[in-house]
Design a protein around this ligand. Structure first.
Ligand SMILES: C[S@@+](CC[C@H](N)C(=O)[O-])C[C@H]1O[C@@H](n2cnc3c(N)ncnc32)[C@H](O)[C@@H]1O
Length: 269
């Protein structure tokens, strides 16, 4: 476990989205600043945990859709801390030979991921900034893990709102699509304030405001912008919708709208 008092260790005085998110999901991989930030957010917004839970549940459903379409390799950009029904456990239950490359830029999330993944074959964690796609793709734990002939899903779940410049993000998504398409899949969820539900939109505005005091300020995007960013993919049904509405579990009522758009698309060109 990371020792928060170790001299020369990472600065843990600012809350970090990976650890705040872990706290929201009931995990134990977080520190005082993260817990205090999460509690302040929950005080202002008791429903804030719903967004994290709905987002994580979407990840599971999206990954199963990718497995059903033959994907056996998963590049998870901005992966956070792989606890609470993480990607590699879902994927490995389906196919023990499937491969997962986690990527995160935050040193504590990376160190914690390393501890969790120690001894797990075929699952790696790389410390890299997803905005440097060439560095991500060349990282040994990505390049050496993946077989270029195997269909690959690229995940960017609840992370692209930290890339605030639309032009940078467009180039970036295009680069990942070049690397894994056609035939690969792109999975995305993204904070938004123009969902068709005023309570959720207002909540997302509050979350966005809160993140301005965190290590990583976020910027919500509207539906039209996200649709433009996805110009290289054919969206699977039901398209670009709130995470709670993306293929809810059969027989279950979908959860409430939480203000995050979600999509899974096949890279077509
Ligand atoms: C809200 S968490 C989401 C974690 C995970 N994708 C999930 O949905 O469970 C966002 C994660 O993205 C990471 N992150 C933010 N910007 C990043 C960047 N430029 N490169 C890599 N990781 C980044 C953060 O460190 C954090 O772990």
């Amino acid at each position: 476990m990371i020792d928060p008092d170790r001299a020369g260790g990472p600065d843990l005085s600012l809350p970090n989205p990976a650890r705040v998110y872990d706290y929201m999901l009931g995990g134990a991989h977080n520190f005082d600043a993260d817990r205090a930030f999460a509690e302040r957010l929950l005080e202002a917004l008791p429903g804030a945990r719903d967004a994290a839970v709905a987002n994580r549940a979407f990840l599971g459903r999206a990954v199963r859709a990718c497995l059903d379409r033959g994907c056996r390799q998963f590049l998870d950009l901005g992966s956070g801390i792989p606890t609470a029904e993480p990607l590699h456990e879902i994927v490995r239950r389906h196919d023990p030979a499937a491969r997962v490359a986690y990527v995160d830029s935050e040193p504590v999330a990376v160190a914690m991921s390393r501890e969790i993944l120690d001894g797990v074959d075929g699952v790696t964690i790389s410390a890299a900034d997803l905005t440097d796609a060439d560095a991500v793709l060349a990282a040994p734990d990505v390049a050496d893990l993946f077989d270029p002939t195997v269909p690959t899903a690229v995940l960017a779940v609840s992370v692209l709102h930290f890339v605030r410049d639309d032009a940078v993000l467009t180039r970036l998504l295009d680069r990942y699509c070049d690397a894994f398409g056609p035939g690969g899949l792109l999975v995305l969820s993204h904070g938004s304030t123009d969902v068709d539900d005023e309570r959720a939109a207002e909540e997302m505005r509050t979350i966005e405001r809160f993140t301005q005091e965190s290590a990583q300020p976020a910027a919500a995007r509207d539906r039209a912008t996200l649709r433009r960013l996805l110009h290289r993919v054919d969206l699977l049904e039901p398209g670009l919708v709130d995470v709670s509405r993306w293929r809810p579990e059969p027989g279950h009522e979908p959860g409430r709208v939480v203000g995050m758009y979600a999509a899974v698309g096949e890279i077509v060109h």
